[in-house]
Write a protein that binds this ligand. Structure first.
Ligand code: ADP
Ligand code: MG
Length: 476
């Protein structure tokens, strides 16, 4: 039979599951156990201090809301932490959750409470009771330019964003449309621009809003007969940032009101910043008159970051979270996760959580296991780059040499070995492998594979190199 605390916690988990990604759920919530429920205080056991801190830092708002929903207004949560490196680890100690937490309202993805007292506010973004109209910009301070690593993948978008931030409404980039695939940094960059504008032009009224929220607010305003207020509120802004405008597709009425707001802002020299997962030409279900306006300013795209940028992003993230990882582990992550930055950060965080959960040091082995377990659905095939790196490390050669055309004997052999593993372990074509390894053609790669096979049969030492390398490269 389920105990009452288990039942409550299971209901909480069901809500949490709907509000976080599967990976975050597995990482942070699966390992939690509920222990008791007394006087509306639910106690949950978390595996380490690190878990506790992470939950407090990143999930406090969600946890609070969930507890409130399940246990009513008096509901409280307490943690019991299994202490690390402690012989009596079965004797957990308890920390009470602070009632107000500095980060409680930081996560912009969680809707903020809008009913303040029993006053009804016409627009949820306006803080009532202040003389001068004061709009909460809804910006997330951690999404700053400072935290936004520059790379070839984002140079144009970033510098256009910077230009816009310095002279909002005063450049040719109006609107500025940032587009690119999921997890590539559109939302972050959009916030950075807003934050920078608030820093340099504190009097400007800036608002960040997702297209979904905009659409919902509009629908509410229709229901409450306050569409004029809605429109006036948006027309009064100096800078309007709308995230993920592709969601306007098919919503004709919303597009219509947005069209009017857009025109008003543009005509009065106000800045508009938009993000989208595709360029205007590919946005289906969005009216032509809007699309043509999207193209008035500048459309800048975000690409998948290259290896150096991925490493730099990981380092920045670790620095800001105050965590440290061995260099080879960071590199391993950056080499293996090439899809997008959100996946990359997710893997980093899961790894730290795993290490903390199992009280193990973060090693390359753990990283390999974790990637296998948690990041299954991303393209985590070994990359040619990674193979080259491992081979070069093994023979103590600079990777540039391997990629060059040099015919030095030791380089030639390492290059052949890299080609051999690339053929074995990736789905790349012979031509592609050759292109990665010193611009060789497919025949050279084929020849390399034969040579390696022959040498393995005849040369014991060589064979042991290959076995060693195979272990180092393969993800398991
Ligand atoms: P998108 O909106 O394109 O789906 P996000 O802006 O949400 O992507 O970015 C996903 C994650 O990657 C965020 O945590 C963000 O901080 C991080 N990120 C993206 N680009 C960069 C970058 N250039 N430097 C540092 N972090 C980045
Ligand atoms: Mg986004």
């Amino acid at each position: 039979m389920q105990k009452p605390h288990e039942k409550i916690w299971n209901s909480c988990l069901a809500i949490i599951k709907d509000n976080v990604s599967l990976q975050s759920y597995k990482t942070w919530f699966d390992p939690i156990r509920s222990i008791k429920l007394k006087d509306s205080v639910l106690t949950i056991q978390v595996p380490s201090q690190f878990f506790y801190e992470w939950l407090e830092e990143h999930y406090i708002t969600l946890l609070k809301k969930t507890i409130k929903k399940e246990l009513g207004n008096d509901g409280k949560l307490e943690y019991s932490i299994i202490m690390e490196n402690n012989m009596n680890s079965s004797k957990p100690y308890t920390v009470k959750i602070p009632s107000t937490h500095r980060n409680a309202l930081r996560n912009p993805s969680i809707p903020m409470p809008v009913d303040i007292g029993n006053k009804t506010i016409k627009n949820p973004f306006i803080i009532p009771g202040l003389k001068k109209i004061n709009v909460d910009s809804q910006l997330n301070p951690s999404y700053s330019f400072e935290n936004y690593i520059e790379g070839d993948c984002n140079r144009l978008a970033r510098s256009a964003g910077f230009a816009v931030a310095n002279k909002p409404g005063g450049t040719a980039f109006n609107p500025l449309l940032i587009y690119g695939g999921v997890g590539l940094g559109k939302t972050h960059l959009a916030h950075s621009i807003g934050i920078e504008i608030k820093n340099t032009h504190p009097s400007k009224i800036v608002l960040y809003v997702s297209s979904e929220k905009f659409a919902t607010q509009y629908i509410d305003s229709v229901r409450n007969n306050t569409t004029n207020d809605f429109k006036h509120f948006y027309q009064m802004l100096d800078v309007l940032i709308i995230d993920d405008v592709q969601f306007f597709a098919g919503k004709e009425k919303t597009q219509d009101i947005f069209f009017h707001i857009f025109n008003h802002l543009h005509q009065t020299g106000k800045q508009i910043i938009l993000t989208s997962d595709k360029p205007p030409v590919e946005m289906q279900g969005v009216e032509q008159r809007l699309l043509s306006r999207f193209k008035w300013g500048l459309s800048a795209d975000l690409q998948v970051p290259d290896l150096e940028t991925r490493i730099a992003i990981l380092q920045k993230k670790m620095y800001s979270e105050g965590i440290e990882l061995p260099k080879d582990v960071t590199e391993y992550l950056a080499y293996s996760i090439t899809t997008n930055i959100r996946e990359l950060e997710g893997a980093l965080i899961s790894l730290i959580a795993q290490a903390s959960l199992n009280k193990k040091a973060v090693t390359i082995e753990l990283a390999k296991q974790m990637i296998d377990k948690f990041v299954k659905n991303t393209a985590r095939e070994v990359s040619i780059d990674y193979i080259q790196k491992v081979v070069c490390d093994y023979f103590d050669l600079p990777i540039e040499l391997l990629k060059s055309k040099t015919r030095k004997r030791e380089v030639v052999q390492a290059r052949q070995i890299a080609m051999y593993f690339a053929k074995q372990m990736t789905k790349s074509s012979l031509a592609n492998i050759g292109a990665h390894c010193g611009g060789k053609d497919h025949a050279t790669v084929l020849h390399a594979c034969k040579t390696v096979n022959n040498l393995m049969d005849t040369d014991k030492r060589f064979k042991s190199y290959i076995t060693d390398l195979e272990k180092k490269i393969s993800i398991q």
